[in-house]
Design a protein around this ligand. Structure first.
Ligand code: NAG
Ligand code: NAG
Length: 479
């Protein structure tokens, strides 16, 4: 849709409101249960390490023990040996966020004990086994002012149902008389500490990590992609969906896109860990950005013509069809300047991507003093199809052009039959224009991926108005 048709559309008030209030994403990222499970595995490994760093304070107190009377005890050098989280799962909760449930976790601690009663002093060491630890964590997802994702703990509860202390040493029996009191103190302290550590890990590790989403990615000297979130990521019963702006822009000057993304409903596939929905909006803003950045202008001169094409690009080439040309500019080199009068616009349907761009080809004679004399202007149209793939975490593509149709738009050298230019234009597009465009498309455009993520098992499918990419992810640990 061009500016003009938008104005027409806005004649109908309802549609105009729909266009101005819509915040449809141009690009959707879906993380399925398989993807959440994969992320969860890594998260749990980190949490295990963090919990193993848990520091416990020294403890002291008095306890009454039968005939012995008041016993003063001190527990010190408390050291957590390990913390195991063998059973856990992550579940998306519709419109709420993510829930992580950890069950049957266990830990082991050791430390030193010291007692004082009557005239007796003694010390030894002890082991503490913590079992049946249940942790429930709710994660809330959001987006910040820059459109980066945020994650925080909205709820954490830890429950320990079994703590056993084993004292060794000459007076170990004594402790074993009041272990109940010590165990419940340990339980209380540990339950609080676990949620402190969960909170800190979510903030320091998870939040820091999700913020590595490159919401504005500069992709080359001329353009960038805006991947900022248009809303907080949304949990459904099966997945976590993030709507991103998905808009290319020219670095030199970013203009408002004259159309809005259409709603994008991903199919309910769930075999891949992650799905990307790239709407036609995403690709069409690329067309606008490159057009505005002046990147869709190509000059074709003699030196770019393949050596085996048995002609040279000069005025004598046209003398048969345009006799006046040879008289006006005898034996002068010719140059073509190919450009797009408007940004190319593509459509995506179940059959793939297609576009019918208009390309203008202005021919010039290059005069002996190097100035250019305009000869004629041709308009080229043709069906272009695109093949899309993913390589090295970039969307890559290549274009193929069907039959090119020509029309004469303007001429400074009189009229002539345009079909006489057909084979020349076929050669110029297939041997010069397309290879240059395809070389750029082959470098590709970055996908919105968090740090150290690599994609594999790529799937590419076309739907009405969007391209669906499916992939599994692999997290590359640091180092
Ligand atoms: C180049 O030559 C053409 C024709 O001889 C003339 O009209 C034009 O002004 C010249 N341009 C310059 C920059 O000298
Ligand atoms: C271009 O594609 C359209 C629709 O797919 C078709 O009707 C038309 O004939 C094609 N034109 C050429 C020149 O191939």
């Amino acid at each position: 849709m061009g500016v003009q048709s938008l104005v027409v559309a806005c004649g109908a008030v309802a549609l105009c409101l729909a266009l101005t209030t819509a915040t449809n994403p141009g690009f959707v990222v879906r993380i399925t249960q398989a993807g959440l499970d994969y992320a969860h595995q890594h998260g749990i490994t980190i949490l295990e390490k963090e919990l193993a760093q848990l520091k416990l304070p020294d403890m002291s107190g008095d306890s009454r023990v039968g005939r012995v009377g008041k016993v003063r005890y001190e527990l010190s050098r408390l050291r957590l040996r390990d913390f195991h989280l063998p059973y856990s799962r992550i579940t998306p909760i519709s419109n709420v966020g993510l829930q992580v449930s950890i069950s049957n976790a266990f830990a082991e601690l050791d430390g030193d004990w010291r007692v004082k009663f009557l005239f007796v002093r003694d010390h030894g060491s002890f082991d503490l086994k913590v079992e049946n630890v249940y942790i429930k964590i709710s994660l809330r997802l959001g987006s910040d002012a820059a459109g980066k994702p945020t994650v925080s703990t909205s709820e954490c509860s830890a429950r320990i149902s079994k703590v056993r202390v084993l004292f060794s040493g000459r007076l170990g029996w004594l402790y074993n008389l009041f272990h109940g009191a010590i165990e419940s103190r340990f339980r209380k302290i540990l339950e609080d500490k676990i949620c402190d550590i969960v909170d800190k890990s979510v903030q320091n590790e998870l939040q820091t990590y999700v913020q590595t989403l490159p919401v504005t990615a500069r992709i080359d000297a001329k353009t960038g992609i805006d991947y900022s979130l248009v809303a907080a990521p949304r949990a459904t019963a099966q997945s976590l969906d993030a709507g991103l702006k998905g808009e290319f822009y020219s670095l030199a000057h970013r203009s408002t896109v004259p159309f809005s993304p259409l709603p994008l409903a991903l199919p309910s596939d769930h075999d891949c860990m992650v799905y990307f929905g790239a709407s036609s909006y995403f690709f069409n803003t690329a067309g606008i950005a490159y057009h505005e950045a002046g990147a869709l202008v190509f000059e074709i001169t003699e030196d770019m013509i393949p050596k085996d094409s048995r002609f040279s690009l000069d005025t004598s080439l046209f003398s048969v069809f345009i006799p006046q040309l040879e008289e006006m500019y005898p034996n002068m080199p010719v140059k073509f300047r190919l450009s797009t009068p408007t940004a190319p616009f593509l459509t995506i349907g179940p059959g793939g991507i297609s576009l019918n761009p208009i390309v203008e080809a202005q021919a010039y004679a290059i005069l002996p003093n190097s100035s250019l004399a305009p000869l004629f202007l041709l308009s080229l149209t043709g069906n272009v199809s695109a093949v899309i793939n993913v390589r090295s975490d970039h969307i890559v593509g290549s274009l193929d052009v069907g039959r090119i149709r020509l029309s004469l738009k303007d001429s400074a050298v009189g009229t002539f039959e345009v079909r006489t230019m057909q084979s020349l234009m076929n050669i110029l597009t297939s041997s010069s224009l397309l290879p240059r465009l395809n070389a750029r498309l082959d470098e590709g455009f970055p996908l919105p991926l968090l740090d150290r993520i690599q994609l594999s098992n790529i799937l590419v499918r076309f739907y009405q108005n969007f391209l669906l990419l499916g992939a599994d992810v692999h997290f590359q640990p640091r180092g």
